[in-house]
Design a binder for this molecule. Structure first.
Ligand code: SF4
Length: 381
């Protein structure tokens, strides 16, 4: 079966955190310790229900524990979940098994346990190496704690580490961004995720922004940070996606599933699955999710089947985030449509404007298109 129909990637959502960051709009909740054990039980039940529903041929090539901060439920809880996954699904050799964590949470013995369990990729949410920026973001760690966490993870045996950093933080300057990136690259992680902060609805930052208590860096400063990022992440780092850099072959296979718009299974409160062309979202509130799973039925809150043209466009837009772009042969095989059939005048405009190029095999953003990718994507919606 094709990888865009049958999931080879599993995402497990653990929606608990030590504290709520001021910019965070994810489905995550501070504390709620009393829910941790019932939640663990519910996710295990969902895994079994999903296994029974999916094709026997399902074989996982990537597993991702995200959140929230998954290990807030305890490293042993995460390992228990991984063991349930291994009981339910066939796992490919060299399966990428990732977990997100935060610098404040784990000790070296915890990292060691995670490595021993088979988790082979760690993503640390650092966001900044400047203490005042961390405090403003509502992060509970310090820059020195972040460096220590990285060193502990290395000592414990993680040889595939991603660091998340953020630019566009209120009060951040191109100079302070340079300092954060410089510390990060000196640590020499295999992967860097560098996202621009946006003010999201319902967050503490939205409230402060509306009340003019914070202001964001100017457009010129953001452009300057963008430019500096490229200069400060030279080879062997490769910018293989708009916001992601990897050394060598250490691209995030799990996220590539999303960018290629292939099928994936999401388990846990609010997790999204995309299987056989249908997108399904689970019940979002953890308590309601746990309640639902007291009965043996999948906790799906809503689902939609994307129409062929809509799905085609989504695949193009997601795929253009990758440096290699979208493979034209796969598009044709998947949708029985070509880019010229779906995009007529807009494609000509973007090609003539040197925003897109068509190679023998791919549709790609040009260097020019890459720098204004938001505008190009808006044209392709
Ligand atoms: S640690 Fe991550 S998921 Fe948790 S509140 Fe902060 S940004 Fe959100």
């Amino acid at each position: 079966m094709s990888s865009w129909l049958v999931p080879a990637s599993l995402y497990i959502h653990i929606p608990f955190c030590q504290a709520k960051c001021h910019y965070c709009s994810f489905n995550s909740y501070p504390a709620q310790e009393s829910l941790h054990a019932p939640y663990l039980k519910a996710v295990k039940k969902e895994l079994v229900l999903q296994k029974n529903k999916l094709s026997q041929s399902t074989q996982l090539r990537t597993i991702f524990f995200g959140g929230g901060t998954p290990a807030v439920i305890g490293v042993d809880g995460v390992i228990e979940l991984l063991s349930s996954v291994l009981d339910c699904f066939r796992i490919a050799e060299n399966c990428e098994i990732s977990i997100e964590t935060n610098p404040e949470l784990l000790e070296i013995k915890d990292y060691q346990k995670l490595v021993q369990s088979g988790i082979n990729r760690l993503s640390i949410g650092i966001q900044s190496f400047i203490d005042t920026e961390l405090a403003l973001l509502g992060r509970i760690h310090s820059a020195s704690k972040a460096e220590k966490a990285y060193e502990m993870a290395r000592m414990a045996g993680f040889d595939n580490i991603n660091l998340d950093l953020m630019y566009g933080i209120p009060g951040q300057t191109p100079g302070s961004w340079v300092r954060s990136i410089t510390v990060a690259t000196k640590l020499n992680p295999e992967h860097l995720s560098l996202y621009q902060l946006s003010i999201e609805e319902g967050t503490e930052f939205e409230n402060r922004w509306k009340n003019k208590l914070i202001s964001l860096p100017s457009e010129e400063e953001i452009s300057s940070m963008d430019r500096l990022t490229k200069e400060l992440c030279p080879p062997p780092y490769e910018q293989y996606e708009i916001s992601n850099y990897a050394r060598g072959e250490r691209r995030c296979k799990h996220n590539i599933t999303y960018w290629k718009n292939h099928a994936y299974l999401g388990v846990g409160a609010g997790a999204v699955s995309y299987i056989d062309g249908v997108r399904m979202k689970n019940i979002e509130v953890p308590r309601a999710y746990c309640e639902h799973l007291k009965e043996p039925s999948l906790p799906v809150a809503n689902s939609e089947r994307l129409e062929r043209y809509e799905s085609f466009k989504e695949t193009v837009i997601m795929g253009l985030r990758l440096r290699e772009g979208v493979e034209l042969g796969s598009l044709k095989a998947r949708y029985n449509l070509t880019i010229t059939e779906v995009y007529t005048t807009v494609l000509d405009k973007l090609l003539a404007g040197d925003m897109l190029r068509v190679t023998d095999t791919h549709l790609q953003l040009t260097e020019r298109g890459w720098s204004v990718s938001n505008l190009v994507m808006a044209d392709l919606v």
